[in-house]
Design a protein around this ligand. Structure first.
Ligand code: GCO
Length: 255
């Protein structure tokens, strides 16, 4: 029996993984033994991320593609098929943020956030799950939500709608794919110190709000998400399905 949290022999595709939380998930799963497929949109970020993992002696390769583009996703999976690489674990992490009041929001901005933060999870998971079902070896899908999967903050409506969708898409995937031994769960990070949140950390008032709104009294660190990701990617969670695990310092659990 494989050790509980051992990912040796598994291949994990992590979207949006050249920086931030996605890169932390890639490092963590690689250190647990998985072969990593990185995804990003910019070659220079991909090269830097691969170099970093290589320096750490970790096994990774990368594909630059738009996670909201059905044809680009299908092309990558066909290339993996040709190389007989089976994706066992998917982490749908890719996400963009666009902060603007809805009264001023353009449909194109709304749509792009929904496409990258929600539709991409459907498109990538559908390609992976089709192959998991065909191989009859099961698999793991981890969708990355947010505090905004449960509650809204003004000026980030498309992000919030997408992350709320991620929560119920996770349950939909569990409903349809659990019988194929595919476990689908989500991680809801709290406010974490990442590139995407740089402007928020620099804002004294926002920083005070974050630190006073969770009982841990601080921002989270990307590496504090890794344990939950490895758990959900491993056989330790084979009877867990459709759940969101919030790694938020206790934010959502307390008034
Ligand atoms: C924002 C932030 C949040 C956090 C995170 C909270 O503008 O409020 O970007 O969305 O990043 O999602 O869980």
């Amino acid at each position: 029996m494989q050790a509980l949290f051992d990912l040796s022999g598994k291949t994990a595709l992590i979207t949006g993984s050249t920086r931030g939380l996605g890169f932390a998930y890639a490092q963590g799963l690689a250190k647990a033994g998985a072969s990593i497929i990185l995804n990003g949109t910019r070659e220079e970020h991909m090269a830097h991320a691969l170099e970093q993992l290589k320096k750490e002696g970790l096994n990774a390769r990368g594909f630059c593609f738009d996670v909201a583009n059905e044809a680009e996703i299908a092309h990558v999976f066909r290339q993996l098929d040709d190389e007989q690489i089976a994706v066992d674990i998917v982490i749908n992490n890719a996400g963009i943020q666009f902060r603007k009041p809805m009264l001023e929001l353009a449909l194109s901005d709304w749509q792009r956030v929904l496409d990258v933060n929600l539709t991409s999870a459907f498109l990538v998971s559908r390609e992976a799950a089709r192959r998991m079902v065909e191989r009859k070896q099961g698999g793991k899908i981890i969708n990355i939500g947010s505090l905004t999967s449960e509650a809204a903050r003004a000026t980030v409506a498309p992000y919030t709608a997408a992350k709320g969708g991620i929560k119920l898409l996770t349950k939909s995937m569990a409903a349809e794919w659990a019988s194929f031994n595919i476990q689908t769960n989500g991680i809801g990070p709290g406010y974490i110190l990442t590139d995407m949140n740089e402007a928020l950390v620099a804002n004294e008032e926002f920083n005070r709000w974050v630190c006073s709104s969770n009982p841990s009294g601080r921002w989270g660190k990307p590496e504090e998400l890794i344990g939950t990701a490895v758990y959900l990617a491993s056989s330790a969670s084979d009877y867990v399905n459709g759940q969101m695990i919030y790694v938020d310092g206790g934010w959502l659990a307390t008034l």
